[in-house]
Design a protein around this ligand. Structure first.
Ligand code: NAD
Length: 316
């Protein structure tokens, strides 16, 4: 019997269908997502034929100890925790599930924008501690939204921005023309223009060598002093030390992020002392609809690859 190890915590959390797909294909599964332990994972994985992985890293030296492993199925889109070249060299197929979580992440990016601009969580915390104080925020309506990256998630953020009559500036070195659908309200611009001219900047790029520390002190200081910075993509794209330095000196109206460089976020991270800093614990794709859809595609890919068939969204 073929075996799959599932280390993604959210796999199958919202629907029994992904498990039914594995069972129907005669595949035995083991869940190792809750209280993930790296040492236990390293010991277990050589016995398995496939891995469904979340955000943790699977190092090349450990991959090399897995003679049976035919597939690493990313439960999500971002591939920054997977060593693609090494997997390819070892003949291990890698798949991901792009775009299916793009509505969920876009919703969260928009939730962060509305929250930070109107002080929703800030005033909520105050009321919970007995203070009934007013807070004068800012409209999102008709503001300029800067999108860094113009892929699946950013496009869905732009679609939502249209409903708020926002002007959208987008920077993406791999997009040379605005698709017809967005022509009326999205303008492509270089990164400096997007950074300088936006009331809200929202980041939607993968974590790559070229995007690591993209928002460092120099770029954050380029942003308008009262603007908002949103990051639902990956930790490490904003340099957190630089962000703290700029924000503690009074630059930026606020910053809201779903991802940090070290996850879980360390309690002594100085950003947590700032009132206008909001963080969610990497929940971008955690909507019922997105998790069900992503888990189903992952399960189908495991069944296909272990049956010798071509999977969907094969990366290598
Ligand atoms: P996507 O591949 O559709 O879009 C990414 C875009 O970034 C592409 O259009 C690409 O051309 C562009 N890009 C690449 N390098 C760039 C650079 N240097 N500068 C500007 N743009 C650049 O991916 P997506 O589905 O939109 O996801 C974007 C990122 O969001 C993922 O890579 C992932 O890291 C992150 N994500 C986070 C969550 C979450 O739970 N918070 C969930 C899903 C995805």
């Amino acid at each position: 019997m073929k075996k799959v190890l599932i280390t993604s915590r959210s796999f199958g959390k919202t629907s029994p269908k992904p498990f039914a797909i594995l069972e129907e294909a005669g595949i035995e599964y083991t869940l190792m997502g809750t209280d993930f332990d790296e040492e236990a994972f390293k010991k277990a994985i050589p016995e398995y034929d496939a891995l469904v992985i979340g955000a943790h890293k699977f190092y090349p030296e450990d991959m090399a100890k897995c003679p049976n492993l035919k597939l690493i199925a990313k439960h999500g889109a971002g591939l920054d925790n997977i060593f693609l070249e090494e997997a390819k060299e070892l003949g291990i197929c890698v798949t991901n599930v792009p775009a299916m979580n793009a509505n969920a992440v876009a919703d969260l990016a928009f939730a962060h924008m509305l929250n930070i601009s109107r002080g929703v969580s800030f005033t909520n915390n105050q009321v919970h501690t007995g203070a009934w104080k007013s807070f004068i925020g800012k409209d999102v309506y008709q503001k300029t939204l800067g999108l860094v990256g113009f892929g699946a998630i950013a496009k869905n953020v732009a679609r939502r921005a249209k409903g708020f009559s926002m002007k959208v500036l987008a920077y993406d070195p791999f997009v040379t023309e605005v698709p017809e659908e967005f022509a009326e309200y999205v303008t492509l611009a270089d990164l400096d223009t997007v950074t300088k001219q936006s009331d809200i900047v929202s980041i939607h790029v993968p974590l790559l060598d070229s995007t690591k520390n993209l928002f460092d002190e120099a770029r954050i200081m380029m942003m308008q002093p009262e603007s908002y910075l949103i990051n639902t993509s990956r930790g490490g794209i904003i340099n957190e030390e630089d962000l703290y330095k700029c924000m503690s000196a009074g630059h930026l109206g606020g910053c809201a992020i779903d991802v940090v460089e070290v996850e879980p976020m360390q309690q002594d991270n100085p950003l947590l002392t700032l009132d206008n800093f909001v963080v969610t614990p990497h929940i971008g794709m955690y909507s019922l609809e997105a998790i069900s859809a992503v888990s189903i595609v992952c399960a189908e890919n495991v069944a296909k690859v272990l049956a010798g068939e071509e999977p969907n969204y094969k990366i290598v």
